[in-house]
Design a protein around this ligand. Structure first.
Ligand code: GDP
Ligand code: MG
Length: 163
């Protein structure tokens, strides 16, 4: 089948924004229930003639604080089960927080390549503060901004290299 690129990371780092940006989508998917909108959780990408499925694990389950630990566990399990490449998304402006490190630790022993994506690097000045992310991704690190459209092709090429 088509290789799966699975997006993991704690809530609010911009996983859904990243998927929509890479996919070129702007509109959230509207669910059956009136008044409820929900982000798209997967999208079949074509880039440079190659195909992969982008999967936003944050769209699965409820992202409330009480369920956070279980939620992260579910994300990681899905990534382990199905990913060809894992995108570990962090927030370039907030820097590394303990939950990012925890997710990183859990992914460290997998055979699947992990690419650390520091989203919200709206300005190049955030790229300079990246040494901690560099460590988290063990050298596999890309600063991007889904809002400012920074480094989209750099990220997509980094994904293709690892498929
Ligand atoms: P998720 O919980 O990881 O799926 O995060 P969302 O995609 O819902 O984004 C969380 C918040 O971060 C939203 O308010 C977004 O508008 C904001 N956000 C996402 N990407 C960027 C970015 O590149 N730059 C900035 N400044 N904000 C962003
Ligand atoms: Mg989301």
């Amino acid at each position: 089948g088509v290789p799966r690129v699975v997006i993991v990371g704690r809530p609010n780092v911009g996983k859904s924004s990243l998927l929509n940006w890479l996919a070129g989508l702007r509109i959230a998917i509207v669910e059956d229930q009136p008044g409820v909108t929900r982000d798209r959780v997967d999208y079949l990408m074509e880039y440079e003639g190659r195909f992969f499925e982008l999967v936003d694990t944050g769209g699965i389950g409820i992202e409330d604080v009480d369920r956070l630990t279980q939620h992260i566990e579910d994300q990681i399990q899905l990534a382990i089960d199905s990913a060809s490449v894992i995108l570990l998304v962090v927030d370039a402006r907030e820097g590394l927080v303990p939950l990012d490190e925890e997710v990183g630790r859990r992914l460290r022993n997998l055979d699947v390549p992990v690419l650390c994506v520091a989203n919200k690097a709206d300005d190049p000045k955030f790229d300079q503060q990246a040494s901690e992310f560099y460590r988290l991704g063990r050298g596999n690190f890309v600063p991007v901004s889904s809002k400012q459209n920074r480094n989209r092709s750099v990220l997509l090429n980094s994904i293709l290299e690892r498929l």
